[in-house]
Ligand binder design. Sequence first.
Ligand SMILES: *[C@@H]1O[C@H](CO)[C@@H](O)[C@H](O)[C@H]1NC(C)=O
Ligand SMILES: *[C@@H]1O[C@H](CO)[C@@H](O)[C@H](O)[C@H]1NC(C)=O
Ligand SMILES: *[C@@H]1O[C@H](CO)[C@@H](O)[C@H](O)[C@H]1NC(C)=O
Ligand SMILES: *[C@@H]1O[C@H](CO)[C@@H](O)[C@H](O)[C@H]1NC(C)=O
Ligand SMILES: *[C@@H]1O[C@H](CO)[C@@H](O)[C@H](O)[C@H]1NC(C)=O
Ligand SMILES: *[C@@H]1O[C@H](CO)[C@@H](O)[C@H](O)[C@H]1NC(C)=O
Ligand SMILES: *[C@@H]1O[C@H](CO)[C@@H](O)[C@H](O)[C@H]1NC(C)=O
Length: 245
Amino acid sequence: MAFSNKFFLLSLLLLPLANCENFSVHSCAKNITDNIDLQARIIGVLYHLMEVTPATGFASSSFSSSGDSTLYALAQCRGDANTDLCRKCIKDSGKVLHANCSNQAQAYIWYDLCFVRYDIVNFLGNWMVDGAETSMFNSVDTHNLSAFIPAVIKVIENLKTMVRTSGDDLFVKMVASNITNLEGVSIYGMAECTRDMNESTCMECLDHVEGLLHKECRNRSGCKILHNSCFLRYETYDFFSIESR
Ligand SMILES: *[C@@H]1O[C@H](CO)[C@@H](O)[C@H](O)[C@H]1NC(C)=O
Ligand SMILES: *[C@@H]1O[C@H](CO)[C@@H](O)[C@H](O)[C@H]1NC(C)=O
Ligand SMILES: *[C@@H]1O[C@H](CO)[C@@H](O)[C@H](O)[C@H]1NC(C)=O
Ligand SMILES: *[C@@H]1O[C@H](CO)[C@@H](O)[C@H](O)[C@H]1NC(C)=O
Ligand SMILES: *[C@@H]1O[C@H](CO)[C@@H](O)[C@H](O)[C@H]1NC(C)=O
Ligand SMILES: *[C@@H]1O[C@H](CO)[C@@H](O)[C@H](O)[C@H]1NC(C)=O
Ligand SMILES: *[C@@H]1O[C@H](CO)[C@@H](O)[C@H](O)[C@H]1NC(C)=O
């Protein structure tokens, strides 16, 4: 899974099962050939993030040692994850990155409930249109598509409006029910930015990801687009309850 920092989309067919809760994708790049110190710092950073992230659901840091390049890192749990689930998710992420990426100077891992990233280039506060991203979708929709697609568009628009007033969390969720021509269908949606974003960079990132969502997810009953600075997702089942409690 070598998608490094180039634009890349990976589509997987997922079923709407509860065990999606610990689904994850990771990628790493920038081989470290002869820098033991940097490798040690990566492992140190991962353990530091495991310790400090659960308290608030977010941590970012820059670690340097004398005369060497700085390592930038960020960890964030989904806005509705409780402390215990957050701790478990960051711990799992740290383990996977330690096992698979500690000899690489750049890494990302996305779980449903958290995201962890590090790099020797300072990414904190800035999003990139060509940042790493991945998409996943649920089964092809069986609902009335001519009613479903506009309803999804409306949910995404509402989420973006809500993010503007979400404060520092940069996380919002909603459910749309009682939709015309979609009897019995509810659409659960969420939008989130990494908390190093400010309101305007968050909106830029979400606009970008929304474009991808409309392209990639068109007639899917559920879909998520995961960028390295923001995330959008919708489903026709209550993934909030299944995953975050
Ligand atoms: C995935 O989730 C299931 C159910 O919550 C759990 O039993 C299992 O240990 C998890 N696997 C990993 C790799 O986290
Ligand atoms: C990075 O290192 C791995 C294992 O050491 C090697 O298989 C891979 O080819 C290297 N990649 C690059 C781009 O040098
Ligand atoms: C990553 O590391 C875990 C151990 O934590 C291992 O089970 C898994 O197979 C590794 N994945 C890849 C793609 O190397
Ligand atoms: C938001 O962050 C961007 C990038 O760091 C910066 O250029 C911009 O001035 C910031 N905007 C506000 C309102 O702080
Ligand atoms: C599907 O939705 C369209 C418009 O949204 C509507 O005209 C049509 O009657 C609906 N079909 C069914 C079977 O509900
Ligand atoms: C959906 O419609 C039912 C019956 O009309 C109503 O009781 C319920 O509150 C509505 N739900 C929402 C979320 O609007
Ligand atoms: C859904 O969209 C894909 C790609 O745009 C297309 O190949 C497929 O036929 C569509 N399926 C339905 C049921 O419309």
